[in-house]
Design a protein around this ligand. Structure first.
Ligand SMILES: [Zn+2]
Ligand SMILES: [Zn+2]
Ligand SMILES: [Zn+2]
Length: 105
């Protein structure tokens, strides 16, 4: 795992792996349904306005071809990770969800 950076059409596509709390904050825009508080402020390390849930196709290890149903694979979720959350810096164990951040070159 780790950040894959790609330059396409003057944008950098950066793959980020976010913890459950960051994912919920991104989805809801506020604190709801999080675990007992956070040890770090969710999304503090990233600009969440340029984040999109999901990862680029070449980040998929399932061999999915164009046109196949995206929902069929689970490359975008790591059900148990001990690596640092790219969104808040937390080292809490748990799920990591793949996101793509678009940064203008
Ligand atoms: Zn929260
Ligand atoms: Zn996949
Ligand atoms: Zn996080």
């Amino acid at each position: 795992m780790g950040k894959a950076v790609q330059l396409v059409n003057n944008f950098y596509y950066v793959t980020l792996w976010l913890c459950q709390d960051c994912m919920l904050h991104h989805a809801n825009g506020e604190c709801s349904g999080c675990h007992d508080g956070h040890d770090e402020t969710p999304l503090n390390k990233t600009d969440h306005t340029s984040l999109t849930m999901g990862i680029p196709r070449d980040g998929h290890e399932c061999g999915r071809q164009d046109g196949e149903d995206v929902d069929e694979c689970d490359c975008e979720t790591n059900t148990f990770s001990t690596s640092q959350c790219d969104g808040c810096g937390s080292y809490l164990h748990g799920e990591r969800h793949g996101f793509t951040e678009f940064v203008k070159a």
